[in-house]
Design a protein around this ligand. Structure first.
Ligand code: APR
Length: 185
């Protein structure tokens, strides 16, 4: 399984890279963004200032400074505005671009917070489905979802169960179709 779901504080998580649910300025904020900057120290802000921001859905990488993680991958998630402004696609892009950027840097172990489900108010269950469905497309990556509270953890566990059940159903369907083809021959 390339995806684990734990409850905890991502600033204390030991992975090659941790993901920051940032904003487009990349100049810090509240929530997990604030926590990561507090623990990483001033070096992180200094490097972020050289990046000149980041569009929603894209990702940028910096060093981890005083964090246990060697790298921080910053991605501004979409602010939820009702669901008809491409929020789902933008959230999927956050996960995908973080994974692709990690692979470009030879990073295999990466930890995500629940992007956009705090201050940006993205509905938790829908966000969890999008996150898990995207992450499962990269089985070569060792991914941990670090959930800050039990409700978030349960939402990601449910999303993972749904994803695995759906994959099992698809595999059974394919096996059935293969068997039917063989019987026709
Ligand atoms: N470790 C793991 N998860 C955390 C931590 C932490 N230390 N602190 C908060 N979280 C969780 C929240 O509980 C939520 O589940 O991270 C998830 C994302 O919430 P936010 O941090 O509010 O991020 P988001 O909803 O993406 O909003 C981003 O908030 O902090 C600002 O600068 C940031 O403007 C941006 C906006």
């Amino acid at each position: 399984m390339n995806l684990s779901i734990v409850q905890g504080d991502i600033t204390q998580f030991h992975a090659d890279a941790i993901v920051n649910a940032a904003n487009t300025s990349l100049l810090g904020g509240a929530g997990v963004d604030g926590a990561i900057h507090r623990v990483a120290g001033p070096g992180l802000m200094a490097e972020c200032k050289t990046l000149n921001g980041c569009p929603t859905g894209e990702a940028r990488i910096t060093k981890g400074y005083n964090l246990k993680a060697a790298y921080v991958i910053h991605t501004p998630g979409p602010r939820y505005a009702g669901g008809n402004r491409g929020e789902a696609q933008l959230l999927e892009s956050c996960y995908r671009n973080c994974l692709l950027l990690a692979m470009e840097h030879g990073i295999r172990e990466i930890a995500f917070p629940s992007i956009s489900t705090g201050i940006y108010r993205f509905p938790l269950r829908e966000a969890a489905e999008i996150a898990v469905r995207t992450i499962m497309q990269y089985p070569q990556m060792d991914v941990t979802m670090v959930c800050f509270d039990p409700v978030t953890r349960e939402a990601y566990e449910a999303a993972l169960e749904n994803c695995l059940r759906e994959a099992e159903r698809r595999k059974n369907m394919e096996n059935l179709q293969d068997t039917e083809k063989l019987q026709e021959e």
